[in-house]
Design a protein around this ligand. Structure first.
Ligand code: ATP
Length: 223
């Protein structure tokens, strides 16, 4: 984050993930969301040690390298590297607490795909999240809303229909954003590579070259 971004007043928007590897589903969705939310910049937030899944096929360093290569095509996306630098599991609530301390008055927007938010009840201290950030739920092909009852109650009672509400307070609202469907997942990319084929148009060419050069995912035929 440069000095201008650091001292700005626009909401700080983050899209967390494992990015193992980053693909056009993430990138186009994040960039379109950025435009719809009328933001100059949106940050991809790679998890250092993801909590909700098996160990990634690529190291944290490699996932970060791939993100950097991918962002050459998306100049208005940036990377927040704090979870990669922090030791231990990447709990989102810790990250949001850090950001809140750094930016006490700034609205925070956490973008989460529908499949991921369906599992919100499994996130550490999930009830605290909405005290720290707004939640922007992004559509994803094949995923429909399916919440545990207490999560549904929280989401329904906090749903905002007007974008202005996200700038008017620092945290606490839920906003739904329908983005263009791009049916790509990291799992399917790894499966394709694992069977010796090329996932070509699913991800930037520079990322594909990096995967080839580093022999990533060759033996993985699942996630
Ligand atoms: P996997 O296939 O291993 O589950 P993934 O492709 O879902 O990986 P993640 O890094 O886990 O990638 O995803 C990070 C975030 O991006 C999540 O909130 C997820 O819902 C969202 N996301 C991933 N792919 C898409 C897509 N094609 N369209 C919209 N959102 C997506």
């Amino acid at each position: 984050m440069n000095d201008k971004q650091r001292s700005g007043s626009e909401p700080l928007a983050l899209f967390g993930g494992t990015f193992d590897p980053v693909h056009y589903g993430h990138l186009r969705c994040a960039d379109e969301a950025r435009e719809m939310l009328r933001l100059e910049t949106l940050y991809l937030l790679p998890a250092g040690t993801p909590v909700h899944r098996r160990k990634p096929g690529a190291s944290a360093r490699q996932r970060l390298d791939m993100l950097r290569l991918a962002l050459n095509e998306f100049p208005q996306l940036d990377i927040d590297e704090r979870e990669i630098r922090r030791q231990g599991p990447s709990f989102m609530v810790d990250t949001l607490q850090e950001l809140r301390t750094e930016f006490p008055q700034r609205p925070l927007l956490l973008l989460v795909g529908q499949d991921a938010v369906n599992l919100l009840h499994t996130w550490s201290r999930w009830q605290q999240l909405l005290e720290l950030t707004h939640l922007v739920i992004v559509t994803r092909p094949g995923a429909s809303a399916k919440y545990r009852d207490d999560v549904r109650t929280q989401i329904e009672s906090r749903t905002a229909t007007d974008l202005q509400q996200l700038s008017a307070s620092e945290a606490g609202s839920v906003y739904h954003l329908a983005v263009t469907a791009i049916d790509v997942s990291a799992t399917s990319i790894k499966r394709i590579i694992g069977t010796g084929r090329s996932p070509g148009p699913m991800l930037p060419a520079a990322v594909l070259d990096y995967i080839g050069d580093n022999g990533l995912y060759v033996r993985s035929n699942e996630r």
